[in-house]
Ligand binder design. Sequence first.
Ligand code: ADP
Ligand code: ADP
Length: 239
Amino acid sequence: MSLLTVQQLGKSYNNQNKVLQNVNFEVDAGEFISIIGPSGAGKSTLLRCINRMVDIDEGAVIFDGADVGTLNKKELRKLRTDIGMVFQHYNLVPRLSVIENVLHGRFGYKTTLQGVMGRFTEEEKERAFFLLEKLGIVEHAYKRCDQLSGGQQQRVGIARALIQEPKIVLCDEPIASLDPNASKIIMDHLKSITMELGITCIVNLHQVEVARDYSDRIIGLRQGQVVFDDVSHRLTLER
Ligand code: ADP
Ligand code: ADP
């Protein structure tokens, strides 16, 4: 059984034009997939449907056997633990330290803003340091996030997404704000750490070359529809 099935998914905002239309694909555990397409193609919306940040209008998203569109509050919390998110603008709390940002990924910021290191178990702290070590930023653990470069902040974002031991990580344009050098570092880390931990990964990208270099498979979206879905090397660069 696949980890994720998207079936005839349709989505519009405010009953306007459909931004996703009859989208179908399946994702097996362990895959590293890029979703490419021009700005406005519906890439972000697709990720938001998968973790139910937005309601699903038509069709279904089945994640790990559960119909995402019909989950109750408690089941949604479980879904969001199973799905890690990485964002273009990192979405860190700037005045908190790196290690606090990572650990808060486990519980959400709202309930833990008062939190201190003492709130977390040794095991949780160990995992946080393990991830920072893997991502090459453990020496920055006690610095405030706003003192780090963009590439370093995005590595914090990846650690925060992985602290909760998700089954899948969804990355929405994770390198769109980074220079080519930092972008390469982020993609290298994303690929190696998800592979090592056995975590499935879907990455929204607008650079076709990056998608080809890193992913096993590419899904191309255009105006809300899938126009390509195949192993990466079959994508020709002129599209
Ligand atoms: P990006 O694609 O880089 O995330 P966007 O400009 O598409 O940036 O979106 C930024 C924010 O604005 C998102 O939260 C998105 O949901 C929202 N947004 C995008 N387009 C619209 C729109 N037409 N009407 C209202 N909100 C929008
Ligand atoms: P992409 O990630 O490929 O740039 P998006 O999913 O952000 O595409 O946007 C797809 C379309 O949906 C765009 O036309 C955008 O303006 C619109 N859109 C995105 N978010 C919102 C929103 N919150 N409200 C209204 N329209 C939105």
